[in-house]
Every structure is written in structure tokens, then in C-alpha cells.
Design a protein around this ligand. Structure first.
Ligand code: ADP
Length: 682
């Protein structure tokens, strides 16, 4: 169907009718479309636009009025004028029905050809004018839309130019490509240099294949991202994160995208990884040489081409300690140059000024200092911690590399951590030495004190016995005997104190020995109580012992006695009154010593087993705060545990739990000794 011709639909079930109309309307301007039924007519109306419909009224199945009614209900066809043609129904009522069904005219057959032609011509004319108006409106709309699109394109470009990232539009054929201002500023490229595929010249050759693959893939997906290096106008590549989104156009392959500079972020991450590795090295050894050698290896070539650590020796002179070069063949050469530099007057001046000012010095390749290392530039960083000038960290890099500020800061941070770690280990060594000295002193002093005190006690005991025999001088004896008994008591206290100090020094140096043997714990507890009968009486204490008989344990007997004595005397000292001791045997042996004293403040309960910790506010009760500490060490040496329960004004209960056979239950290594096979150190 020709698109220039005007469509006219002729509907008649009779061929003669169609012929008659066709003959009248035959014109090159018209395209007569014929239909022999209402249904066929409706089908045509769905496919084409018509200027006018000539509709026969009298048709089988669906008459003209029914067809017209359907035509008028359809949006597509409702405005098409209908001219009814009828031969039979000529009376007024039918004509009226025709108009009601939507007819614009009603022609009676046989019709006057002239009238039919002119009527159709009028509707064709109206149709043409309508079409023209529609086209003009469409054109107007398009112009408006173009204008708006242009405006919005402009604002998109303004927007793209105001974004700190590179924004671009790539088109496969290179037409209508776009790069925002940042691209031109960053690359220094001109329009021409960016056109077509020339932009690829700014991509690092190693990353090009990745970007090409990205452009290919992104047409299948919803946009993708990748990292690549883009050349800046100073000739340096910087890492960018490129995000690409395909445009929705079927005509050309095109992409919209952004590139964000992630160089600093990447460097920062790498720097953090570098420092983390350095941190591991610092913890990996106690030998400074091994540490610094590993740090040299780590920093080459990431930071430098060669690295040296120079330390201040005891005479205050800076001496090379460790040096390494990325090229092993050049190691010796650089070492000689570096040592020469350290001894050379200019080198000395430089390094001492770095240490004095506590500031990094950077020498570029044309400086005199760098010249000494032929063609390299230098960075010298002081190693200082807590005001201690430990030495310098020097590194050199070839002139082709740049001393970028970031790397210098990274090296400074590394130097700070190294210096701090060395200073800490120096302080640790000093404090360890001091602790060793203190322990040695404690041990020696206790030993030295022990000898004269023991001999003093012995002498006093002899004197006491001798005097007691002198029956005739009873008064004198009484006098001396009393003061002798009290002297012996004081000496006993001294012996106890010295023993405590000795025990602490043993524990600190890991030399507290346990000698395991079989014995009856109930018997030992009985003996201890027996020995303290007098003290219990003097302190107005009543003691109850709840114990089965004959509970054989494999423990250190002397140390067990020491535990019981300690807990019992503490109860007498801090909580005189009713004291109960319970011994029970289950899977393990449990000894409980309960008093009804003031109790121990809740906030002190966790501390009283630590060294020098005391909970009592009563200054008249003497003590070093070491007893429970020693008890705990001994108990743990038996793989047992000790805990305390206490309630204000209701008393405290110390609960000791130890395996019946400490040698079986424990995983101790026994230290064989001449004295006893079954000895271990705690
Ligand atoms: P010391 O008796 O020399 O101070 P200990 O290590 O034996 O040291 O005891 C630590 C602290 O625990 C004591 O100073 C005391 O305050 C508290 N303490 C120990 N036993 C008792 C008890 N039975 N009743 C109340 N307080 C106690």
C-alpha cells in the first residue's frame, strides 16, 4: 500500500456496489481499500489509517449500523468519518439510525457520482489537513525535546567537570567521545590526543588488556570495575579504579565511566602491610643483627635499592651495623662507600646533624652527599627513642626512582618502630638484670643471714639448758630463762622471715623444689595443731578438727606443713576465736580452714594471693604480705588450687584442693637430685 496515497475504505457485500464506488472514486490520489463484510472492514481498520469509510447498510451477519457502532467504540478508528450507503432503507427512520450510529452522511443508491466524489474529496481534504497539523505538532515537539536534551547534556557536562574523578564516554567508532576537565588536567592530553582510541596511550601497557576485556564484558553485564595505571602529565603512572557502565543504545557500542585516583590509598595499604611485616620481624628475634638484616631485605626494593643501619657504639661513634644492596654483587662496593662516608668529615657532619636535630635529611642525586654514592640519592633518618640516640637508618635509591614524600614518611615510621623496639628491649634487659641482681641478693642475703641466726638460736638453747640445771640459783635462772625464751622466740621469727625471703627468691628464679613422699595428711595437720596449742590458747582460740583418719597423700611434707601453719597462723592472727579445720577425701583431698573473724573485703579477695598484698587495715598486725603468695605457689606446684570465701563479719574460709598423689596427677617434670629422686622445681 503506497504511503503517499490516501486510504479510503469501501465496505459492501455486493461486488457491484464496490465496483460502482471504485469507478466513481478512481483517482491516483486515493487508495481504495475494499471489504466485503463488517469483519473484514474492522480488520483493515486495525491495520491502517483511513480518510473516510463508505459503509453499505444492508449486509448479512453484521449490518452497517452494527459495524459503525464497533468502529466508534475503538480509539484508533473512532474519528474516521463514515458515509452510509443504502438502497433499500430509504425512509427517514433508517437515515436517523445511521446518524445515530455515527455517520457523517447518508447516501442513497443510486448515488450521484458527482456528489459522492465531492463529499469524499471534502473528507480527504480534512484528513490531509489533520495529518499536516499532526506532523507539525510532532516536529515542534521534537525541536523542543532536542532543545531540552541539549540543555541537559550541557548541564551533565558541567556536572561531569565539577567531579574530582575522571569522567568519560567512550564510543566504539570514536565519535561523540567525551572526557571531562579532570582527564585533560591529569593527562595533559589535548582533544586530539584523546580522540578515537588515542586515550589508550595513557593506560599502562600492562593494564591495557584488562581494560579491553572490561569494555567487552561490560556489554553483557551491568557495569564492571577494574584497577589500572593512568599516565599523568609528569610522566608518572598512578593507580585508578575504573568503573564502566554500558549505555542503553542499540545503534552504537558506547560506555560511560569514571576513573578514581586510588594511588594514595593503594600506597597506604601497601605501607600498612610493609609496617605489619616489619612489626613481625621486630618480634621474631632478640638479636638486633638478625632483625636489622631482615628489615634490610624487607625494604629492598620496595623502599630502596640499598639500606644501611648504623649504630652508635659505646664510644659514641656511629658504626655501620648492617647493610644490604638489591644487587648482591654491589653489596661490598656500597658497604665500602658507606663506611667511607661515615668516617669522612662531611659524612660525620651530616650524620651527627641528623642525630642532633632528630630530623630526616634527604639528598637528591645532584647533591654532594649523594654523589659520593655515585648516581643515587640518599635519605638519612635518625633512630631515636625516649631521647636515646641509637643510630641512623640510611637508604639510597637510583635516580630513576623518586623520593616521594609518602615513602619517606613510611621509612620514618619504620625507624620510629625499630628505635622503640630496641629501646624497649634495652630497658627490658636492664630490668631483667636488676631483677636477677635482686633475686641473687635476696638469695645470698637470706643464706648469709640464716647461718648466724641458726647458730645464735643454738647458742641460746644451750644457754637455756645450762641455766635450767643450776638449781641453786633459782631466782637468777628465772630471770635469765624468761629473757632467753623471749630471745629464742625473736630468733624464731627472724628465721621465719629469712625463710620467707628465701622462698620468694626461689620462686622468682624458678628454683623452689618440691620433694614428694608418702605421708598421712591428718597426722601432719594434728602435729601442726599440737605445735600451736600454746599460741591458740594465748589468742583465746578454740579449734575444731573434723578429719577422717589415715589419709595417705604423696606431697611435699615440709611444704605441706608450711601451708597449714600459714593458714592456721593467719586465722589466729586476723580472726581469733572459733577456728574449724575440715579434711575431706573425695577425688581430691580438700582441706578447709574456716574462721569467724571480720572477713576480707570483697575487693581485696583477688589480690591477697599476690606478692606484698595485704587486706587488713590493722597496722598492729605485722606481716610482709608474702605468706599466701608462697602458699599458692606451693599448692600449684602440687597441681592443686586454693581459693578463699569470705563474708564481712562472718569470717573467711580458705579452701585447699590437691590431688592425692601429686606425682601422678601432675604433668611435672621431676628434677632428680641427690637428696630425693622425687623432686621437682616449681
Ligand atoms: P601477711 O599475713 O604477712 O600480711 P599473707 O599473704 O599471709 O600476708 O596474707 C595476706 C593478707 O590476707 C593479710 O595481710 C590479711 O589482710 C589477709 N588475710 C589472710 N588470712 C586472713 C584471715 N583468716 N582473715 C582475714 N584476713 C586474712
Amino acid at each position: 500500500m503506497s504511503s503517499n496515497k490516501i486510504n479510503i475504505l469501501v465496505v459492501d457485500d455486493r461486488v457491484e456496489g464496490i465496483y460502482a464506488v471504485s469507478a466513481v472514486l478512481d483517482s491516483p490520489e486515493y487508495n481504495l481499500v475494499t471489504a466485503s463484510s463488517g469483519n473484514a472492514a474492522l480488520k483493515h481498520l486495525l491495520q491502517d489509517d483511513f480518510a473516510v469509510i463508505l459503509l453499505d447498510v444492508q449486509m448479512p451477519i453484521m449490518n452497517g449500523f452494527e459495524v459503525a457502532t464497533i468502529i466508534k467504540t475503538r480509539t484508533l478508528s473512532r474519528d474516521i468519518p463514515i458515509i452510509f450507503m443504502s438502497a433499500i432503507n430509504q425512509d427517514e427512520q433508517y437515515v436517523y439510525q445511521g446518524y445515530k450510529a455515527g455517520a457523517v452522511d447518508y447516501l442513497l443508491k443510486p448515488f450521484d457520482p458527482y456528489i459522492l466524489r465531492s463529499k469524499v474529496a471534502i473528507f480527504v481534504d480534512i484528513f490531509k489537513k489533520n495529518k499536516l497539523i499532526k506532523e507539525q505538532a510532532k516536529q515542534l515537539y521534537k525541536t523542543e525535546v532536542d532543545k531540552i536534551e541539549l540543555e541537559s547534556l550541557k548541564s551533565y557536562r558541567y556536572l561531569a567537570d565539577s567531579i574530582p574523578q575522571i569522567v568519560f564516554r567512550l564510543v566504539l567508532d570514536g565519535s561523540h567521545q567525551y572526557f571531562n576537565k579532570v582527564w585533560f588536567e591529569y593527562t595533559g592530553f589535548s582533544d586530539d590526543q584523546s580522540l578515537h582510541m588515542n586515550w589508550k596511550n595513557a593506560i599502562h601497557p600492562e593494564d591495557l588488556s584488562r581494560i579491553n576485556a572490561l569494555l567487552e564484558q561490560s556489554h553483557n553485564k551491568d557495569g564492571l570495575e577494574s584497577e589500572c595505571r593512568i599516565l599523568n602529565k609528569n610522566g608518572h603512572f598512578r593507580w585508578h579504579l575504573v568503573r564502566i557502565q554500558p549505555e542503553n543504545t542499540a545503534v552504537k557500542k558506547s560506555w560511560l565511566g569514571t576513573a578514581t585516583d586510588i594511588e594514595d590509598q593503594k600506597k597506604m595499604e601497601e605501607g600498612q602491610r610493609f609496617l605489619a611485616k616489619a612489626g613481625e620481624i621486630l618480634l621474631s628475634s632478640l638479636d638486633p643483627k638478625i632483625i636489622l638484616q631482615s628489615i634490610c631485605k624487607l625494604s629492598i626494593p620496595y623502599l630502596s635499592d640499598w639500606t644501611a643501619f648504623d649504630l652508635v657504639n659505646s664510644e659514641g661513634t656511629l658504626k655501620n651495623f648492617v647493610i644490604d644492596h638489591k644487587n648482591p654483587e654491589k653489596r661490598e662496593e656500597i658497604q665500602k662507600l658507606h663506611e667511607f662516608f661515615l668516617e669522612d668529615s662531611e659524612g660525620q657532619l651530616i650524620t651527627s646533624s641528623v642525630l642532633e636535630a632528630e630530623k630526616t635529611k634527604i639528598f637528591d642525586s645532584n647533591s654532594n652527599a649523594a654523589f659520593k654514592f655515585s648516581e643515587t640519592s640518599l635519605v638519612i633518618i635518625p633512630l631515636i627513642a625516649n631521647g636515646h640516640k641509637l643510630g641512623t637508618f640510611t637508604y639510597g635509591i637510583t635516580a630513576s626512582n623518586t623520593h616521594d614524600q609518602f615513602n619517606v614518611q613510611l621509612a620514618e615510621e619504620l625507624a620510629r618502630r625499630i628505635a622503640l623496639s630496641f629501646e624497649n628491649s634495652r630497658l627490658y634487659q636492664i630490668s631483667q638484670k636488676a631483677i636477677e641482681l635482686r633475686n641473687d641478693f635476696l638469695s645470698i642475703a637470706s643464706h648469709e643471714l640464716n647461718t648466724p641466726i641458726t647458730s645464735l638460736k643454738f647458742q641460746l638453747q644451750i644457754l637455756q639448758k645450762t641455766l635450767t640445771k643450776e638449781n641453786d640459783k633459782v631466782v637468777l635462772v628465772d630471770k635469765f630463762s624468761k629473757s632467753l625464751t623471749s630471745s629464742i622466740k625473736q630468733v624464731d621469727r627472724l628465721i621465719n622471715l629469712v625463710q620467707v625471703l628465701l622462698d620468694v627468691s626461689y620462686i622468682q628464679s624458678g628454683k623452689l623444689m618440691l620433694a614428694f613422699e608418702e605421708f598421712d595428711i591428718c597426722e601432719v595437720v594434728d602435729e601442726v595443731i599440737e605445735r600451736h596449742k600454746e599460741l591458740l590458747k594465748q589468742s583465746h582460740c578454740q579449734l575444731e578438727l573434723h578429719s577422717p583418719s589415715n589419709v595417705i597423700v604423696v606431697w611435699d611434707r615440709t611444704r605441706t606443713e608450711q601451708i597449714i601453719v600459714n593458714l592456721l597462723t593467719n586465722a589466729i592472727k586476723y580472726a581469733p576465736g572459733k577456728i574449724k579445720i575440715f579434711i575431706t577425701k573425695d577425688e581430691a583431698i580438700k582441706i578447709e580452714i574456716a574462721d569467724q573473724g571480720k572477713g576480707i573485703p570483697l575487693n581485696k579477695l583477688d589480690f591477697i594471693f599476690q606478692r606484698f598484698e595485704r587486706a587488713s587495715s590493722n597496722l598492729n598486725i605485722s606481716g610482709l604480705g608474702l605468706g599466701l603468695y608462697i602458699v599458692k605457689q606451693i599448692v600449684e606446684g602440687h597441681k592443686g588450687s586454693i581459693e578463699v570465701k569470705s563474708e564481712e563479719n562472718k569470717g573467711s574460709c580458705f579452701i585447699l584442693t590437691m590431688p592425692q598423689d601429686a606425682t601422678v596427677a601432675s604433668s611435672f617434670e621431676y628434677v632428680a637430685s641427690k637428696r630425693d629422686e622425687n623432686i621437682k622445681s616449681v
